[in-house]
Design a protein around this ligand. Sequence first.
Ligand SMILES: [Ca+2]
Ligand SMILES: [Ca+2]
Length: 149
Amino acid sequence: MAVDSFGNVATTSQTLVKDTLALGLTVDGPITADNVINNAEANAGYTFTGNAEPGARVDVTVTDANSNVFRPVTAPTAGADGRWSATINLSTIRDGAATVSVNQTDVEGNRSAPESRGFSVDRLPPTITITRPLQNALVNAAGVGTLLV
Ligand SMILES: [Ca+2]
Ligand SMILES: [Ca+2]
């Protein structure tokens, strides 16, 4: 408030918006079409995507079944449309249940609660087991035609 020599009073007001929240954090799924990272997909690396506040830095962490942790080389920043993407090298990820976790720090420095999504890693090809029949065991007609001993 300001008062001049004639007693006129000038006031100004300004509305301050206090931003204490980091909103809208998501991580897209499924991870690959089937939510399973196979060997070829692991070797190629995977680009995780999702939403965050525009301009927020998004920390992306993948943890595999052996508690190995994978991160992008640099944490992505959400674009003006709120989209983020992070390519992560998964060439040494291990088989089993894995999780991608994301957290964001918005431009005001607010951090949000983490979001996470589970997926599977299956890098081993299916195994084919051929069991020789026991000696003198009966093999039916279908088995005789296909079994090479
Ligand atoms: Ca915010
Ligand atoms: Ca897949």
